[in-house]
Design a protein around this ligand. Structure first.
Ligand code: KG4
Ligand code: ZN
Length: 344
């Protein structure tokens, strides 16, 4: 364990469609977000209906140096104690841009390099404001690429309780949005439309709701939506788009909340963390919060500020700070991005 009174970390994120850099300062338990710069590629990928890895890499390469310049870090790296970079999981051409920048800076500035798992970054997106989570903490991580229930026993110590067997929750939102003719990314579009719809209009399936494991499966739900859309088209009826969005969203939220509730019963954590891009969803945030408050009043519930639910470099810098404190650095000369990097 390295002991620092205060440390300043540069975080770099390029695993998917956001190029992001940030500098945070960690003073024992206090965290200060000093600077951040982010370029979103959403508008570019929306033209293709989803993220195109090579296009993402080109966009990262184009934006990453101007973003670094925006942070106005001295060209010697003075004031930075370590560099934390998302090393996986993610799209390999995209990851490489951030990783190669991080390696180069670590080498030229002679600074330690910390490899951060993107999912761990999402977990640490709540490690900013008091009250902080207590261990053991149960994390429901819901993003475009992952849906996992993790038991976090301490900093950096995870046990996988369950995961999706097919589509991730965010992926299901994106695919259903596409079926409904909505633009990418689908999650925000569906949740906006759902406000105007009736969540009990269509009884979509709640896959794996009652299984005793912590696993999820959302591809059958997506197929049920597709069949409903096809039956409307076949019958010449206009699509009840808002009702479909609301009923689909309700089905997915019901499953996520129920599986988390069961895991809390089984593992008796002291805190629950909800994070990842899908944690921006109002219905999910509110339903999980009220369910936990009602059934487990002593448990603390943590969800990131909506501005930190999507991919960002602040969460990578925070996760990196905790790993750096434990002396977990990698060799900049030999480090490589890992598309399938695992957390547990
Ligand atoms: O964590 P994230 O930014 O990227 C990955 O690591 O995958 O998550 C992106 C996902 C997308 O699938 C997007 O549709 C979903 O998060 N998302 C939402 C909402 N906002 C973003 N899903 C449901 N409701 C939302 N409000
Ligand atoms: Zn993410």
């Amino acid at each position: 364990m390295i002991s620092f009174r205060s440390m300043r970390i540069l975080g770099i994120e390029s695993s998917c469609d956001e190029t992001a850099l940030a500098v945070i300062e960690k003073q024992e338990d206090r965290l200060v977000i000093e600077k951040q710069a982010l370029a979103s590629q959403i508008a570019v990928h929306a033209q293709y209906g989803g993220v195109v890895p090579e296009v993402a890499a080109r966009e990262h390469a184009q934006h990453i140096f101007p973003l670094l310049k925006q942070l106005s870090i001295e060209t010697t790296g003075k004031g930075i104690d370590a560099i934390a970079v998302t090393s996986g999981p993610g799209l390999i051409p995209a990851l490489r841009i951030g990783v190669e920048l991080a390696k180069t800076l670590a080498w030229v500035w002679n600074k330690p390099l910390v490899a951060v798992n993107h999912l761990e970054g999402h977990v640490y997106s709540v490690w900013i404001h008091e009250p902080l989570p207590m261990f053991p903490a149960l994390c429901l991580l819901v993003s475009g690429g992952h849906t996992e229930l993790l038991l976090m026993r301490d900093h950096g110590r995870y046990e996988l309780i369950g995961m999706t067997r097919d589509d991730a929750a965010g992926e299901a939102f994106d695919k259903v949005a596409k079926l409904l003719g909505l633009s990418y990314p689908g999650g925000p579009e569906i949740s906006r439309l759902a406000i105007k719809g009736n969540a009990s209009a269509i009884n979509f399936p709640r896959p794996m709701l009652h299984t005793t494991d912590g696993d999820f499966s959302f591809s059958g739900l997506k197929t049920a939506v597709r069949k409903h859309v096809e039956s409307c088209v076949f019958a010449g009826r206009s699509l009840p788009v808002a009702d479909i969005a609301a009923s689909f969203q309700q089905a997915i939220v019901d499953v996520l909340v129920e599986k988390t509730r069961r895991a809390v019963h089984q593992f008796q954590p002291r805190s629950v963390i909800l994070s990842g891009g899908v944690s921006a969803n109002r219905l999910l945030r509110n339903s999980l919060a009220s369910e936990l408050r009602y059934e487990f009043p002593s448990l603390t519930f943590h969800v990131p500020d909506v501005s930190l639910t999507g991919d960002n470099a602040i969460m990578i810098a925070i996760a990196g700070a905790f790993r750096f404190e434990k002396g977990e650095t990698v060799d900049p000369l030999h480090h490589v991005a890992d598309a399938n990097m695992r957390l547990a």
